[in-house]
Design a protein around this ligand. Structure first.
Ligand code: UD1
Ligand code: UDP
Length: 371
């Protein structure tokens, strides 16, 4: 039984880590179980890729496709598809595991589908029901090519039911990001550097991440958020590990220095540092799918800055997250000030028990043994 795990972007690496741990566990019992990692190269800076392999003990990719070109989605996805197909033709895995909703997720799954190799989709069923969002398209198409669909919660399962997927294809095991957090949280507290280097104090700073195209396609739009953060910085320290997309935008408009005077802008940090920052922040402000959930796991309130409502609806229902569609700096600032003093949300975790990856790999093995 040979499995292929496809990764390419930062969130893929983090979600792959618990899957690798689970495979290693099953290998003790199933001597014929093997796997290889295919990295598309979508993210390539050391602090956007290598750091996660090192910190999370993910084996070095067996294949690095080196597709760095993000000029257009079609070009990026197309190049990944061509190169992934070559690898899959050579390796002929029994199952391709595609994770999440990035262009790498879609390209890996599409390459497998064209070769009649079955696909397991980790984080299936989530929807924003908006065809202008690349991630929504990637997720819907990947779901419809997959044999096994692993949903993180009841919301995803219900969406797939409504779309007519057979019950036998859909497995609700929880969120692999929760598995990862449980696996690494304790180590993170021990090894953290950034929290100490910045001399941060618990609940005395706001952690921000921002990279979505919808918030960075124009400098005017990005400034709704950044100017609001400058306003909030009069009240509390703002720490912003900046994604290369947003950094490039600020540099292009010669605004990097200006915002650095008001906000603590740092390079993207590793996963372990990120977990500690999320835990100790008073508030997390983000447009990231992964960061909003980790804030919840760390019991830190969160503001999600996006035009379209989150696919992680439970975070809002449980009262841990507010959603804000940025319309102006003044409006965003008002929302952030309000959130800064909001009460914590309710107890409970709808995203599984922290053993999602193990259940997924177990199901994949069961499926392959039956064939
Ligand atoms: C991608 C995903 C998005 C995910 C995000 C996670 C798609 C369609 N989008 O968006 O869903 O939330 O990753 O971070 O797959 N860049 C660098 N160095 C890097 C990585 C990127 O300079 O290591 C630059 C690229 O050259 C490009 C820009 O950042 O100019 C955007 O990268 P890209 O991977 O195309 O999209 P993301 O915004 O990262
Ligand atoms: N992350 C990180 N360092 C950073 C910013 C984010 O390790 O500087 C991690 C974060 O902890 C989470 C994941 O990256 O596990 C989320 O990925 P990202 O925000 O890039 O993408 P999204 O989840 O929106 O697709």
């Amino acid at each position: 039984m040979k499995l292929c795990i496809v990764v390419g972007a930062r969130p893929n690496f983090i979600k792959a880590a618990p899957l690798v741990t689970a495979i290693r566990k099953f290998q003790k019992k199933h001597k014929d179980l093997s796997f290889f990692i295919l990295h598309t190269g979508q993210h390539f800076d050391v602090n956007m890729s290598d750091v996660f392999f090192n910190e999370m003990k993910i084996p070095k990719p067996d294949y690095q496709l080196d597709v760095k070109d993000g000029t257009t989605h079609g070009r990026q996805t197309g190049e990944m598809l061509m190169k992934a197909e070559e690898v899959l033709m050579k390796e002929r895995p029994d199952m391709v595991i595609s994770i999440g909703d990035t262009n790498s997720t879609l390209a890996g799954a599409l390459a497998a589908a064209k070769l009649n190799i079955p696909i397991s989709h980790v984080e299936a069923g989530l929807r924003m029901y908006n065809k202008t969002l690349a991630e929504d398209v990637n997720r819907v198409v990947t779901d419809h090519m997959s044999t096994l669909l692993f949903t993180p919660s009841a919301v995803g399962t219900k969406n797939l039911k409504n779309e007519g997927f057979p019950k036998s294809a859909v497995w609700q095991y929880g969120d692999v990001m929760y598995d990862a957090l449980l696996q690494f949280d304790k180590i993170a507290e021990k090894t953290t550097k950034v929290y100490k280097e910045l001399k941060l104090k618990t609940k005395e700073f706001v952690l921000v991440t921002m990279h979505r195209v919808e918030n960075t396609f124009s400098i005017e739009r990005a400034r709704y958020i950044l100017d609001a953060l400058v306003g909030l910085s009069k009240e509390i320290k703002i720490v912003l590990p900046l994604h290369p997309r947003t950094r490039n935008l600020l540099k292009e408009h010669s605004l990097f220095e200006y915002y650095s005077e008001h906000l603590t802008i740092i390079d993207p940090v590793g996963y372990l540092d990120m977990l500690v920052l999320e835990k100790h922040a008073k508030l997390v402000v983000t447009d990231s799918g992964g960061v909003q959930k980790e804030a919840f796991y760390q019991r830190t309130p969160c503001v999600f800055l996006f035009d379209v409502t989150t696919s992680w609806k439970e975070l809002v229902q449980l009262g841990w997250m507010t959603e804000v569609a940025p319309k102006s700096a003044a409006q965003v600032l008002r929302a952030l000030k309000k959130a800064l003093h909001a009460k914590p949300g309710k107890k409970g975790n709808p995203y599984g028990k922290g053993n999602a990856a193990e259940l997924m790999i177990g199901k994949i093995i069961e499926h392959l043994k039956k064939k």
